[in-house]
Design a protein around this ligand. Structure first.
Ligand SMILES: Cc1ncc(COP(=O)(O)O)c(C=O)c1O
Length: 488
């Protein structure tokens, strides 16, 4: 068969991919050693210059050596999540071979939202959704390759990230409470109840939906920012007095800042009693479901009407990949009441389209990435990873507790841990200064958050290589930077 070449620049496939593959292999080797820098942030002007952005943009790559230089320079200016001293944001530290599905997708570009545009990707999405539904007891088919939409099954789709997922789930909640909203706009009397510490994407979604920030009614939280369930009743009475209707009750599983879980079972009781839609934001912590050791932390999650679950946080999937899951499949079908004549012709298609149920029209092969993560390590490998991450946070907690200069406000329930150094003498701004000192040294990457008005240092332990030695080094480094700060 003769081959046509549709490209202008004739870069050889085999040499080019070998150059990139070699650079990535080197990157992995280097960044997994603790004496390499986690992050060395340079100004964008400097990075653009080193990457020869202007020249490459105008002239394009002329040969594979230019690609090699570009990739190596690019990799140098990255946050090295694979470094054991990366303890930062809720972003997966992927398996070394996790990039392969993105590479395949980038080569073939089969969006998985329309079955006929990517049958393999759509099949893997269907399989992974069935698996997730099964974890919740919402899959009643015979096996996970049974894609028929049988009545007792729940339903779900994969989408680009937790924020879009929350928007999708809340849209479904509105379609349930006020089906007329799709045509006529949101009624004024709808509100959403949730912990005051709900992720900002909840309020953002409500504003996007035209309901305004005012439609979110924050429920009081305790000193560690976990919802006070008894306060739900009070908030609900007030809402009813104001002649408003609750469109959904939102729970954190777990909270972004602290990693603590709201009491889902109690919240489910409240929702069941009052016949309210229960939405669990399990972006980070829904994975606790997979572990016999940690499952109790999400007890009641299966009583939710909708759940979001980020695979790019705790399932080693490179960003982005989030599931939106519904206990009742009709709620997904009713979510977006819109038809595009060129895409939606459900009776004629083979397989299944997810497009009618997503904010996105075109979407990436998300199911392939998620499936690949499991295929690389096996189902048990992912569960072990979750358990190990939770254990790492416990280890760090125990170690910090043994040092009187550190204050941890609560024992961790997940792999997120917040703490302060000498809170009696080091104020909020200095706590933050400590974070920047650590980051700027290149030795560690940690984050920070505010809990009940006080600034904390925050670690999210996602790297399987982080161990006791790294925790000791972290403490030592904080002590050293604090001593310098105190001298100033
Ligand atoms: C509880 C919670 N919900 C939603 C999100 C948003 O997810 P994403 O970053 O995938 O948009 C986050 C992100 O950290 C989160 O922690």
């Amino acid at each position: 068969m003769s081959q046509k070449n549709s490209q202008k620049t004739d870069l050889p496939f085999d040499v080019t991919q070998a150059v990139v593959s070699e650079a990535l292999e080197q990157y992995i080797k280097q960044s997994t050693t603790v004496d390499s820098e986690v992050l060395n942030q340079k100004a964008p002007e400097s990075i653009a210059k080193q990457l020869k952005v202007e020249e490459l943009f105008h002239k394009g790559f002329q040969n594979t050596n230019q690609i090699k230089d570009f990739v190596n320079t690019y990799l140098e200016h990255t946050n090295h999540l694979k470094n054991p001293r990366y303890m930062g944001h809720q972003v997966a530290v992927p398996h070394d071979l996790s990039g392969i599905p993105d590479w395949i997708h980038g080569t073939i570009n089969n969006p998985s939202s329309l079955y006929e545009m990517g049958p393999a990707g759509a099949t893997l999405e269907g399989f992974m959704i069935n698996w997730m539904l099964q974890q919740l007891g919402w899959f009643k088919g015979n096996d996970l390759t049974d894609f028929s939409r049988i009545e007792p099954n729940g339903s779900g789709i994969l989408t680009h990230g937790g924020s879009v997922a929350n928007l999708t789930a809340l849209s479904a909640a509105r379609a349930f409470a006020a089906p007329e909203a799709w045509e006529e706009g949101s009624p004024d009397d709808l509100v959403v109840l949730g912990p005051s510490t709900s992720h900002y994407s909840i309020v953002r979604a409500l504003s996007i939906m035209g309901m305004g920030k005012k439609s979110f009614v924050p429920v009081p939280v305790d000193e560690n920012e976990v919802i006070i369930t008894s306060a739900l009743e009070e908030s609900y009475s007030q809402i009813k007095k104001e002649k408003k209707r609750v469109m959904a009750v939102v729970a954190n599983a777990c909270a972004t800042s602290t990693g603590l879980f709201d009491p889902l079972d109690e919240m489910a009781d409240f929702c069941e009693k009052n016949k309210l839609w229960f939405h669990v934001d399990g972006a980070h912590g829904a994975v606790a479901l997979l572990s016999p050791k940690h499952k109790h932390k999400v007890k009641g999650i299966e009583r939710a009407d909708s759940i979001i679950w980020d695979a790019h946080k705790m399932m080693k999937v490179p960003s982005l990949c989030t599931a939106v899951l519904f206990k009742e499949q009709k709620n997904m079908w009713n979510c977006f009441r819109q038809k595009g004549s060129y895409v939606f012709h459900e009776n004629e298609v083979v397989g299944m389209d997810s497009m009618p149920f997503t904010v996105e029209c075109t979407k990436s092969a998300l199911g392939t990435k998620l499936f690949w993560s499991f295929a690389l390590e096996g189902e048990k490998g992912i569960v072990d990873f979750v358990e190990n991450s939770f254990e790492q946070a416990k280890e760090l907690y125990t170690y910090l507790k043994s040092n009187k200069n550190f204050f941890c406000p609560y024992p961790p329930q997940s792999n997120i841990l917040c703490f302060q150094y000498k809170p009696e003498t080091i104020d909020d701004q200095q706590q933050l200064a400590l974070r920047y000192a650590l980051i700027n040294s290149g030795a560690f990457y940690i984050t920070s958050c505010v809990i009940q008005g006080k600034r904390y240092l925050r670690t999210v332990l996602m790297n399987p290589l982080s161990n006791q030695e790294d925790f000791k080094a972290l403490v030592k480094s904080i002590e050293q930077h604090a001593a310098t700060l105190e001298q100033k």
